[in-house]
Design a protein around this ligand. Structure first.
Ligand code: F6R
Ligand code: MG
Ligand code: MG
Length: 383
């Protein structure tokens, strides 16, 4: 069995939270090159915005201690690069002091898939920045659940049986498996709330194979304080009974609105971009997604092809800019700003705390800034 792992972390931004420094990429690639042929079959370093991704193939299985320890060590090295250069937020996603067992709960995100490699194995690695794992819900639903997006669901007998969606509740740490298309309405009830319910895996019923997997974690819930959005990654296998490459890319022609962008606290559309444009700028956004395509062969990563480097996504990018113009004019108002319950996982509680003592019961008197009621309006005066 072959495992494809994407393990990612923000270990320091250049400049601000906009990009990974080239030196961090060099250092990480050197570490991967040193591990190739030993721990790893193959590996590449990539990025989206300020997040560094290690894309690796190996035979050690899911959440393997040696592979996760290796990634942790690479992130410590890139944190050193960040510290030396005074990059922004050095070591931002490394929430723990020391590595123990695997990366669960330690800050870095990961999506891993264990497969029996097919004679031709086309896979897509999606990397996002300035958003959260629930951002994959809508595109995954379209790829594997919506025949208007994926004609293969209707035309290809191997897809006709449908797919199982494994959904995680990030608040309660629970999961459920929903059998689609039969349970599509139940699925949509939950995944329509992407800040809490996140599709973790999609499994083909006829092939009995995992077709897609995402990184699911909430940094703010782990750290107990705001440490940035958990910029997500996702692996999608394609073709021969799974969505065709074009069916897996098609959902991104509609730039759906996700949570993220400035201070992780705003709704903004997700822009599909080539790697050269994967650097959020305006309003620390708009949130970006890149897609790296590979043909795996004996675990080797043939690629990447930069899948969104294509004029067919120009309209999506134009739409993003138009929607950004519209949303930005709301300033600090919802629905551009996230709703209150979401803001509770950011730095908002610290601001609210300062004013906590000044909230008082409402009555008919006119309040003053000193708290003394110099002007009193009784019910009779008002009459
Ligand atoms: C969003 C993000 C940025 C920062 C913003 C403020 O996920 O990382 O938008 O939240 O640049 O950063 P600080 O608080 O570090 O000055
Ligand atoms: Mg950052
Ligand atoms: Mg980021």
């Amino acid at each position: 069995m072959l495992t494809l792992s994407i393990i990612k972390a923000d270990t320091g931004g250049f400049v601000g939270h906009s990009a990974v420094h080239p030196r961090a990429i060099e250092v990480a690639q050197k570490a991967i090159d040193g591990a190739r042929g030993d721990l790893l079959i193959d590996g590449q370093v990539s990025y989206c915005g300020d997040d560094l991704s290690l894309i690796m193939t190996h035979t050690h299985g899911l959440e393997a201690e040696r592979v996760h320890a290796f990634a942790w060590d690479v992130f410590l090295q890139t944190t050193e690069v960040a510290k030396e250069r005074g990059l922004y937020g050095a070591g931002q996603d490394l929430l723990s002091d020391a590595f123990s067992g695997n990366l669960r709960g330690m800050g870095p995100g990961f999506a891993e898939i264990e497969i029996e490699e097919r004679p031709s194995e086309p896979v897509l690695c999606f990397l996002g920045d300035k958003t959260e794992p629930g951002a994959w819900n809508l595109p995954l639903y379209k790829m594997f659940g919506d025949p208007f997006n994926t004609p293969g669901l209707v035309i290809d007998p191997k897809m006709h049986d449908g797919f199982l969606f494994e959904v995680h509740d990030l608040m309660d740490d629970k999961r459920i498996l929903l059998d689609c298309p039969g349970e599509i309405y139940d699925l949509l009830l939950f995944i329509g709330s992407p800040s809490r319910y996140v599709i973790k895996r999609v499994i083909s019923k006829s092939l009995g194979e995992v077709a897609a997997v995402t990184s699911t974690q909430r940094l703010s819930l782990m750290a107990g304080r705001y440490v940035g959005k958990d910029d997500p990654v996702m692996i999608v296998r394609t073709q021969s009974g799974l969505p065709a490459v074009g069916e897996a890319l098609e959902p991104f022609s509609f730039p759906h609105t996700v949570a993220g962008a400035m201070r992780g606290s705003h709704h903004a559309p997700l822009m599909p971009v080539p790697l050269r444009d994967a650097h959020p700028a305006r309003f620390d956004g708009p949130p970006r997604v890149v897609c790296l395509g590979y043909q795996l062969k004996d675990g080797r990563l043939n690629g990447p092809r930069d899948m969104f480097d294509d004029p067919s996504f120009d309209n999506a990018r134009k739409m993003v800019n138009d929607i950004m113009d519209y949303l930005r004019r709301h300033g600090p108002f919802e629905p551009h700003r996230l709703p209150l319950d979401e803001m509770e996982y950011t730095t908002m509680p610290a601001v609210a705390e300062k004013l906590a003592k000044r909230w008082e019961a409402t009555d008919v008197s006119v309040p003053t800034i000193t708290g003394e009621r110099t002007v009193r309006a009784s019910a009779e005066d008002v009459e």
